[in-house]
Design a protein around this ligand. Structure first.
Ligand code: GLA
Length: 422
């Protein structure tokens, strides 16, 4: 826990003039590999951070949600039966969105609530501050009103807040990581079946370092949706090539069949199976993509090449993590970053500077952008004995190269969302 319980309780009392009855927390996340694969029904490997959102709450009696966000020094007050987006308080959208989705799903929030929100997940840095708010407020409502969602349902609810309330076509990774991660572990998630495995992070001589370019993500919402549409275009072209436009997907013919749960890892990631049926890029191999090259515009082809190869890298990285193979894991991080830069085009000049500098420093096994991209953070795997010097030199050289002061976050792998009575 990065913020003391007492600080949150005191904040609530100061703001609302009485005690809170529940405190909930939910962490931000860093994705180690498997980027822009979740909405393509692929694989991801995030871990939860010590950076977190904490919310203290108390039930009300007048069907209103009153909230105060310490990070923005701003308060908002909405009726439960008229939850809309508030241009003046954009942070409140996540609270209103969760309350609205709960109500629509038949969960009762009988009297509304007072909420005091604080936290240290940087906003707009690609570490999922929004999913952390969603999952923290959801936990708080669960604690306050005595119902429990299963983890998959909780993550999907958060995703619907993004998709339906906020209009961003994001996948399920961030909410799942914030809800379900385990301390000391990364979370390997199959974003189609939602099957998951907690994989211990046990590199003998290496640890993860997270750095922020301190350039907020630019146009991330619209560019993100553009990438989602480009992937859909690639799927349409692939289906057309195979003479089966649309039609239900057939997980039995997916190129990753048998690998999802970790067995059959030796077969590599582009098995020569029958990929005639598919609904998402998850269902196609690089060989099928190559066959369809003439039917796809170059942009759609390159986007698909990233996603399909990234799924393979993620499965492979998971195996490297289980084996504690830091050089192998780092090499896959570098390959992922290359693909995100050249084929998916979601890095930025500052991210490219950060990762290029990092790779040249002693002890760096691998370096890549993390999250949606277009700005935000990078994650590096570094030999333990070099971490101190690595961090100092990376910050210095990044500033020299870009004129921007970067930031360093030190964080272990923390646990997912929880609530407690106070
Ligand atoms: C954002 C989205 C996630 C995922 C990543 C990219 O964080 O919220 O669903 O798509 O970008 O991997």
């Amino acid at each position: 826990m990065s913020i003391a319980l007492e600080t949150v309780r005191a904040g609530f009392a100061r703001r609302f003039g009485g005690p809170a009855s529940i405190v909930a927390r939910a962490p931000g996340r860093v994705n180690l590999i498997g980027e822009h694969t979740d909405y393509n029904h692929g694989f991801v490997l995030p871990m939860a951070l010590d950076l977190e959102v904490m919310i203290a709450g108390q039930a009300r009696t007048d069907n209103r949600v009153r909230a105060f966000a310490e990070q923005f020094n701003d308060g908002a007050d909405l009726p439960l039966d008229g939850l809309t987006r508030e241009a003046a308080h954009p942070w409140m959208d996540y609270i209103a969105g969760v309350a609205q989705q709960l109500t629509q799903g038949g969960y009762r929030l009988p009297q509304g609530a007072d909420l005091y929100i604080t936290g240290d997940v940087p906003v707009g840095a690609g570490l999922s501050s929004s999913a952390a708010v969603e999952m923290a407020v959801l936990k708080l409502f669960e604690g306050l009103y005595g119902f429990t969602l299963d983890d998959g349902e909780a993550a999907r609810l958060g995703q619907r807040v993004e998709n339906e309330f906020l209009g961003i076509s994001s996948g399920i990774m961030d909410q799942f990581a914030s809800r379900c991660c385990r301390a000391g572990h990364a979370l390997f998630l199959d974003c189609r079946s939602l099957a998951l495995e907690h994989v211990a992070i046990n590199f003998a001589d290496a640890a993860l370092v997270i750095t922020d370019t301190c350039c907020a993500r630019r146009l991330s919402g619209s560019k993100y949706n553009e990438r989602v549409a480009e992937c859909e275009r690639a799927v349409a072209g692939l289906c057309e090539m195979l003479g089966k436009r649309g039609g239900g997907g057939d997980p039995q013919s997916a190129p990753w069949r048998g690998q999802e749960t970790g067995h059959n890892r030796e077969t590599g990631h582009n098995g020569e199976t029958d990929h005639n049926k598919g609904t998402h890029l998850r269902d196609f191999s690089l060989a099928a993509l190559e066959e369809a090259r003439d039917r796809l515009d170059t942009v759609a082809f390159r986007r698909a090449r990233h996603v399909i190869s990234e799924n393979g890298r993620t499965l492979e990285a998971c195996a490297r993590l289980r084996d504690g193979d830091a050089p192998g894991f780092g090499a896959l991080m570098n390959a992922s970053d290359h693909s995100l830069r050249e084929d998916y085009e979601v890095t930025s000049p500052e991210l490219d500077a950060m990762t290029a500098i990092a790779r040249l420093l002693p002890g760096c096994y691998g370096s890549r952008m993390t999250g949606a991209g277009f700005g935000g953070c990078a994650v590096h795997l570094v030999q333990t004995e070099h971490i101190k010097q690595f961090s100092i030199r990376l910050m210095e050289d990044y500033q020299l190269a870009t004129g921007i002061e970067g930031r360093l976050y030190s964080s272990g792998a923390s646990a997912g969302a929880e609530w407690a009575k106070v």
